[in-house]
Design a protein around this ligand. Structure first.
Ligand code: NDP
Length: 489
């Protein structure tokens, strides 16, 4: 293939450590594959022990100086980085599309821009991270919000720019340093973030990116220099990371998978509900952790929902992700496509009705058609397991209590949606859904101002909003005695 992509995609070097690009060809080669064609567009190397140690040493040696700056100074660097990201949004979005296969129509508005929002938001907060003062009669005490130290970020492959920014922005705002390891499937975008932060004036070593498979991340988590780890990934990886962090009593934030429900009541604005189902299942070819993949619709509107959903999906433009007209691109890898096709086969075997899709698309790249199953029951594999692809299951219910009970009957608890025009019911149902984030008459909108994260097996801790500050800092209490100390003997 003679495409232009290798020229755009190949990074200067594999890692960004201590303010500059570095490489060590002794590390295993990792091919970067453009999911829309299967073409190898770049190669990076996994971090060797030397690179890993250099990144942690750089982070450790610079962190205290970074923390000693005023919050306003730290915030200024982050806000400059946000401006640079916005300035280079087109190029960063193209890189995100090449890394992930997501359509440029999406990446132009949802990836680098969302990362810029996080840097701007936490840059703005950095100067206001104060403690409290507690009067104690003759004495008093005060608290100081301190950084944790060196933090490790580990990313999934679906939002490589956004995930890196969502972790780096609050960590750096609080005065921490970070070593970030992207997914080996999408190694390119985080390097650009490191480059931009350096250009914005971030001191060398405060944010480092190293490549490699899970084993490299596991070594970072085990390192005694690391105070905290923040993972975005699957539940099995989350268990391993949490176990390793617990062994050292290190802090952990886990943003894990989901099998989120969307409840559509018979009084819902149906077009809006269909919009929510589409955004919550087919954006990014369904590779979104908070997707509402179990759609519970009131029995009386089942046919109307299926008719309108299939009619809207008939208009979807599937194709070259770099074409601005394309709505829907490939899955990230052949491995992920095989996994998704396996779930579709399970749905058919279990007796679900295939309404549309259910097949690979006949073109190069890792495409699977947008797929809708109806007549799905709670115990079917497709209703229980996270598919992470463009596959939605439509289930029917009769009563509100039944819908809530079945929506909650899952190990996951990341997100949930409720569509109804009844204000009281909307809040009553949201209160009873077991999820870290509930949308009422909306779905999958995650602005930086709102906390994001799961309950149950979907994770621990929160990203974004003021809540993230709690997870990247610790409180020191200082008791001040103003009177002589009276001891009994
Ligand atoms: P994985 O859990 O496979 O990988 C996540 C990251 O962890 C990757 O960088 C991976 O490295 C690394 N990793 C793998 N093994 C270990 C280990 N033993 N110790 C430390 N790190 C390790 O997830 P995917 O990349 O496949 O991403 C998809 C999953 O992520 C889905 O389950 C999805 O729901 C979840 N996700 C959650 C989000 C949330 O915010 N809740 C958002 C987005 C995705 P490598 O890839 O190089 O092997």
């Amino acid at each position: 293939m003679t495409s232009n992509l290798p020229r755009i995609a190949q990074p200067v070097a594999s890692h960004h450590v201590n303010g500059g690009y570095v490489d060590d060809a002794a590390g295993d080669a990792i091919p970067v594959i453009y999911p829309a064609t299967g073409e190898v567009v770049a190669t990076v190397h996994a971090a060797t022990d030397r690179i890993l140690d250099a990144a942690l040493s750089a982070a450790q040696s610079t962190q205290a100086d970074w923390a000693a700056r005023t919050g306003t100074e730290r915030g200024r660097v982050l806000r400059r980085a946000a401006d640079l990201i916005r300035k280079h949004n087109r190029a960063l979005s193209e890189l995100e599309t090449i890394d992930t296969g997501k359509p440029i129509q999406e990446t132009l508005v949802a990836d680098a821009t969302s990362g810029a929002d996080a840097l701007e938001y936490f840059g703005g907060l950095a100067g206001s991270l104060t403690g409290e003062c507690m009067p104690l009669g003759h004495d008093f005490a005060y608290t100081v919000r301190e950084p944790l130290g060196v933090c490790v970020g580990i990313g999934a492959w679906n939002y490589p720019t956004q995930i890196a920014c969502w972790k780096a922005a609050p960590a750096l705002a609080c005065g921490n340093a970070m070593v970030f390891k992207p997914s080996e499937v999408t190694p390119l975008c985080a390097l650009k973030l490191a480059e931009i932060l350096t250009e914005a004036g971030l001191p060398d070593g405060v944010f480092n990116v190293i490549q490699g498979p899970g084993a490299v991340a596991a070594r970072l988590v085990d390192d005694p220099r690391v105070a905290k780890v923040s993972l975005t990934g699957s539940v099995p990886t989350g268990r391993k990371v949490y176990t390793a962090a617990a062994a050292r009593l290190a802090h952990a934030t886990l943003e894990l998978g989901g099998k989120s429900p969307i409840l559509v009541f018979d009084d819902a604005d149906l077009d809006s509900a269909i919009g929510g189902i589409i955004l919550g299942n087919f954006y990014s070819s369904g590779q979104v952790c908070s997707n509402g993949t179990r759609v519970f619709v009131h029995r009386s509107i089942r046919d109307a929902v299926l008719d309108r959903l299939t009619a809207r999906l008939a208009g979807i433009v599937i194709g070259d992700p770099l074409d601005p007209a394309t709505h829907f691109g490939p899955l990230v890898s052949e491995t992920q496509r095989q996994r998704v096709l396996g779930f579709i086969a399970a749905g058919l075997r279990d007796g679900a009705t295939l309404v549309t899709g259910g097949h690979r698309i006949d073109r190069p790249g890792f495409y699977v058609a947008p797929t809708v199953f109806a007549d799905v029951s709670d115990e079917m594999t497709i209703a229980r397991e996270e598919i992470f692809g463009p596959v939605v299951s439509v289930l029917t219910f009769d009563t509100e209590a039944e819908a809530i009970r079945r929506a909650n009957a899952t190990v996951f608890g990341l997100a949930a949606g409720v569509f109804t025009r009844d204000l009281t019911r909307a809040h009553r149902v949201a209160a009873r859904l077991q999820a870290g984030l509930c949308w009422i008459n909306s779905y999958n909108l995650t602005p930086v101002e709102i906390p994001f994260g799961g309950v149950k097996a979907s994770g621990l801790g929160r990203e974004n909003a003021k809540a993230a500050i709690e997870h990247y800092s610790q409180v020191k209490t200082v008791y001040v005695g103003l009177t002589p100390v009276a001891a009994p003997y």
